[in-house]
Design a protein around this ligand. Structure first.
Ligand code: AMP
Ligand code: ZN
Length: 275
């Protein structure tokens, strides 16, 4: 689940409350490239009796295409991982400024519009630009902004720095976390990583795949379930909740107790807050 520390629309405590309201016993906060929401989420989880798994969704890129890798139970102070996430977050700001400049060629639109939609210190992403376009009345909602003005075909898109997936998986492991590829076979967002790369990542200690996700194709799920069985990997499910930023509802896909226990047993970087 994502909070306003990245591109979710609710603060961490409200995200935990949403999980609780939807009957979740265990939830993970996985903001993009930051762990800054952990403390607030942990306190809320303790108060509500929800088990909290601290995590992060680390940005990576393979041949110019964005790949997100969930990092469960990492050590948030690990120097190498922090250097990487600091660099990604910096680059995301420059990238968002460049996109705003591009959009500003055709629309009355400035960096201040985006800042008004962004929590101080949050990881900046295209969703904040989308929200700013909505606030200006240029799009109906976030999804419409993504499908219209932010569509790559419109030419405003700029990419940001991200490590390659092998570096990302190694960093997560060095930080004591469990690396799980997020939405690995999305229908709309391009194709799955090549099998050769997946096997390389497995060799480097990839923990598993997020199979249960609304954007994964059925065929892709079958392929990755098979690969996970072959290598005895973890499979997870998630809502990828972003508050009102996406239609995804808490618990629309879940992770079995067995798999949650495996993640906890495998990790050495940090510990869950148990209910
Ligand atoms: P970025 O990492 O800044 O390039 O933005 C990607 C993020 O935008 C992803 O993490 C998604 O959560 C979000 N996103 C992508 N497509 C959509 C969409 N159609 N509607 C809402 N959010 C989206
Ligand atoms: Zn997101």
């Amino acid at each position: 689940m994502h909070s306003s520390q990245s591109d979710g629309t609710e603060p961490p405590a409200e995200v935990v409350a949403a999980a609780h309201r939807f009957g979740m016993r265990t939830m993970a906060l996985t903001d993009h490239d930051t762990t800054s929401g952990w403390a607030e989420a942990g306190d809320a989880a303790r108060a509500l009796g929800v088990t909290f798994i601290p995590g992060m969704e680390l940005s990576a890129a393979h041949e110019g295409r964005s790949v997100h890798i969930l990092a469960y139970l990492i050590d948030p102070e690990h120097a190498g991982l922090r250097r990487a996430t600091d660099r990604i977050r910096d680059s995301r700001i420059g990238r968002a400024e460049a996109m705003v400049k591009n959009i500003g060629r055709d629309y009355d639109f400035t960096w201040d519009d985006v800042l008004a939609q962004t929590t101080d210190g949050a990881t900046v992403g295209r969703p904040h630009i989308a929200d700013a376009l909505v606030a200006r009345g240029y799009a109906h909602d976030r999804s419409a902004a993504f499908n219209e003005i932010l569509h790559p075909a419109r030419g405003y898109f700029v990419s940001h720095y991200a490590p390659d997936p092998a570096t990302a998986v190694s960093l997560i492991n060095e930080a004591g976390g469990v690396a799980v590829i997020a939405h690995p076979v999305p229908a709309g967002r391009g194709r799955m990583l090549p099998m050769g790369v997946l096997r390389e990542l497995i060799g480097l200690g990839l923990g598993g795949f997020e199979i249960g996700h609304r954007e994964n194709t059925d065929e892709g799920k079958r392929t990755l379930r098979q690969l996970a069985r072959e290598h005895d990997l973890i499979v997870t499910g998630s809502s990828d909740y972003h508050g009102t930023g996406k239609p995804n509802q808490p618990g629309e896909f879940t992770t079995t107790d067995e798999m949650v226990e495996r993640i906890i047993a495998q990790a050495t970087g940090s510990a869950p807050v148990f209910a």
